[in-house]
Design a protein around this ligand. Structure first.
Ligand code: UD1
Ligand code: CA
Length: 447
């Protein structure tokens, strides 16, 4: 039987180095706040309790915590990482199991690595801390070993040159029995370069009590702590590379993977093909065998099996394409449901609309869904034909099998199988062009 687990996520730091009005942990990676990445991992660990430490007034941070089913606890003053963990002591009073500390600014961590960290506690370690061999350990705490045992962690600002040369960096995650962690933290002082109560000082105190502190090593790619905008961009890059690799392993083709941007929640089914330079915002599902051609921007959309989208298409705001829909270049869809086999191949805006199966939407068709005050719907039946350059002034409907002539401005609903022509009638006058030209020439001579 494995011990029950409480996860504490530290998210109260000011994030000064970000130079941002937004709390650091709300900055996004793959379109999802860093804190949400960490909470997703906590969820994957099936923790009995998840407690997020927030700063006073950080309502948006505690709201996000609650959205993920976590509790929020306020750390009244930001006196350091050790102090932050202690802020959860009251909330976790009586909790008997293990405690795992995570940082809200380490978004790339995986549940697998953390399971190895907590597993160490079942193998005789009193405290286990996550570390990694850093190519450049600048900014990280250094892990000082005594043989196989961890003897202390020293912050860079407090380290002597020899300690600084250590490449084994502390990733910020640490686990131990909850009661032990809290007890040790009460002994931590703030006599250091930053005058803070460091979580990391708990190791040295544990060692003086002959407790066994172990290091679990992880891959550097998972450990990045985001303190600055540059590190945020670095984490984004690492996240993108990982998601592309995962999707390819699941059977998705990318013509130029490094040019495709994914969101944390992007779902792409096997045998879908994604061309170069495609951006997936949040909320996208692409079904099997669909093809997304180059330069599309897609968010909040579902793309059916075998559908073809792009090049240069934009889908957003609840666009839903059923199987085998074809969306061509410079077509924008918003809150529109296109049933199976619909084609809109060129230059259209279809918003707040429903289009029945197999209907053809001609080039330049626009649903005029907004009158300056409110949005209105357009309903188009199955097997209809909308001629090029049609304006559909919503609210309006076009019945099944109806034909709308090119260049129409449709303001009244069109019944099933009807033909609607709503444009000026053409007038052709034979020879009139030449008359106009000769008149103009003689006028010019008179001057
Ligand atoms: C910390 C570690 C360092 C480690 C690095 C890994 C300490 C003392 N240092 O340094 O050893 O290598 O992370 O990325 O632990 N926070 C609070 N309340 C506070 C202070 C911080 O909630 O009073 C939160 C922050 O929001 C952040 C996390 O704790 O999510 C880490 O704080 P940060 O200031 O970024 O620590 P680092 O300097 O990166
Ligand atoms: Ca940090």
């Amino acid at each position: 039987m494995s011990e029950s687990l409480a996860v504490v996520v530290l998210a109260a730091g000011q994030g000064t180095r970000m130079k941002s009005a937004l709390p650091k942990v709300l900055h996004k990676i793959g379109g999802r706040p860093m804190l949400a990445h960490v909470l997703a991992v906590a969820k994957a660990l099936s923790a009995a309790r998840v407690v997020v430490v927030t700063a006073p007034g950080a309502e948006s941070v505690s709201a996000l915590a609650k959205e993920w089913g976590a509790e929020a606890v306020v750390q009244e003053r930001q006196l350091g990482t050790g102090h932050a963990v202690l802020a959860t002591e009251q909330a976790l009073k009586g909790f008997k199991g293990n405690l795992l500390v995570l940082f809200g600014d380490c978004p790339l961590l995986t549940a697998g690595t953390l399971s190895r960290l907590t597993a160490k506690l079942g193998e005789g370690a009193d405290i286990s801390a996550l570390g990694f061999e850093a190519a450049d350990p600048t900014g990280y705490g250094r892990m000082i070993m005594d043989g196989a045992r961890l003897s202390r962690i020293v912050e860079e600002k407090d380290a002597n040159p020899k300690e600084r040369a250590t490449k084994l960096a502390f990733a910020g995650m640490l686990a131990g029995r909850a009661a032990t962690v809290f007890e040790l933290l009460h002994k931590v002082g703030n006599q250091n370069a930053q005058g803070e109560f460091y979580l990391t000082d708990l190791i040295e105190i544990a060692r003086t009590r002959n407790l066994n502190c172990a290091v679990v090593e992880g891959k550097e790619g998972e450990m990045l702590g985001v303190n600055s905008r540059a590190q945020l961009a670095e984490a984004e890059m690492a996240f993108q590379a990982r998601r592309r690799r995962e999707l390819m392993a699941e059977g998705v083709s990318f013509a130029a993977p490094e040019t495709v941007f994914l969101s944390a929640d992007t779902v792409i089914e096997p045998d879908a093909v994604v061309g170069p330079y495609v951006v997936f915002g949040p909320g996208v599902t692409v079904r099997a065998r669909a093809e997304i051609r180059a330069f599309c921007h897609i968010e909040d959309a579902e793309i059916g099996r075998g559908a073809i989208v792009g090049p240069f298409a934009r889908l957003r705001g609840g666009a839903k394409l059923d199987d085998n829909v074809g969306i061509g270049n410079f077509v924008e869809l918003k809150n529109a449901h296109l049933e199976e086999g619909v084609k809109a191949s060129h230059l259209s805006y279809i918003g707040d609309a429903h289009v029945g199966a197999r209907t053809n939407i001609g080039a330049g068709t626009i649903t005029c869904n907004y009158d300056g005050f409110a949005k209105h719907r357009t309903e188009i039946g199955a097997d209809a034909f909308i001629g090029s350059n049609t304006a559909l002034v919503a609210p309006v409907s076009v019945g099944e099998g109806a034909i709308v002539a090119a260049g129409s401005v449709i303001t009244e609903s069109v019944g099933p199988n009807a033909l609607a022509v709503a444009r000026g009638r053409q007038v052709t006058k034979a020879g009139r062009a030449e008359e106009i030209r000769s008149k103009a020439r003689s006028k010019k001579k008179d001057k």
